[in-house]
Design a protein around this ligand. Structure first.
Ligand code: IPE
Ligand code: IPE
Ligand code: MG
Length: 241
């Protein structure tokens, strides 16, 4: 009989995942890094459904950073090809399953067919999704802030905004994630204990869950372990008990 996992008492409303460890997973098996990315993409698909089934409302996954262009052309091409395949299949499946999809980051350097497909998907999102999925692609927390400041300054120049009215909520409204709750928990597999430029503004009070498992091995059990630990966190936001 299949063992049923015990459900954590509290499910985070908003989750961030840094999907790391694909390369090491492949290397350990003597495989090309691209195969690690393929396996990781399958785990991404499963994790989206697992989060939705558990009741997560907002999921942001880190798929490609502004720094990942430092990788070889061969590796970047492999990632773009997997993205292409997923745009055609998995992302359409998400929409059919009432999950809305948004890409955060600057998608302009990607090939035109990829950009068109992303725009097509985003234009046709469910009105009342069970879960909002953000895919961070050519995303960096610093780049997001620079982008926000540029938009904000343009509004100041156009007379739509004045400096004295700028507060934290204003900044929030210029981010890619405007209108969404900050991540309650950020999960990073692969053993690295850093943000690597992920959601710098939004992570101010996020809880962290670091795990040694490599992303292509990340299972529902690992997700539930992260959530079970999160359920016991004491979030004080600077106040006292
Ligand atoms: C994460 O896995 C995927 C991307 C950054 C695109 P990595 O490719 O960083 O895997 P490791 O960290 O080298 O094992
Ligand atoms: C962060 O992982 C980016 C993604 C998972 C997409 P990296 O592998 O790029 O981060 P570093 O280089 O270990 O900090
Ligand atoms: Mg990595």
């Amino acid at each position: 009989m299949r063992k049923k996992h015990e459900l954590p008492a509290v499910i985070p409303e908003s989750v961030g995942i840094i999907m790391d460890g694909n390369g090491r997973w492949a290397k350990k098996r003597g495989l090309p890094r691209s195969l690690g990315h393929s396996k990781g993409a399958g785990v991404f698909r499963d994790t989206v459904f697992n989060c939705r089934d558990l009741g997560v409302k907002y999921l942001t996954v880190y798929a490609f950073s502004t720094e990942n262009w430092k990788r070889s052309e061969e590796e970047i091409d492999a990632i773009v090809n997997i993205l292409r395949e997923y745009l055609k299949k998995a992302f359409t499946e998400f929409k059919d399953e009432n999950i809305s999809v948004k890409f955060i980051g600057d998608i302009s350097p990607f090939p035109q067919d990829v950009i068109s497909e992303i725009k097509r998907l985003e234009a046709d999102n469910p009105a009342n999704p069970d879960m909002h999925l953000n895919v961070a692609l050519n995303y960096g927390g610093r780049a997001e802030l620079v982008h926000a400041f540029k938009l904000m300054l343009a509004d100041v120049e156009a007379g739509k905004l004045s400096a004295e009215n700028v507060n934290e909520e204003t900044v929030d409204n210029y981010l890619y994630t405007a209108g969404q709750p900050d991540p309650d928990v950020i999960i990073r597999p692969s053993g690295e204990q850093r943000l690597s430029n992920f959601m710098l503004w939004q992570a101010a009070y996020s809880e962290f869950w670091f795990d040694n498992v490599l992303w292509p091995d990340f299972s529902k059990k690992d997700l539930l372990r992260a959530f079970a630990d999160y359920a016991n966190r004491d979030r004080r936001y600077g106040g006292r008990k």
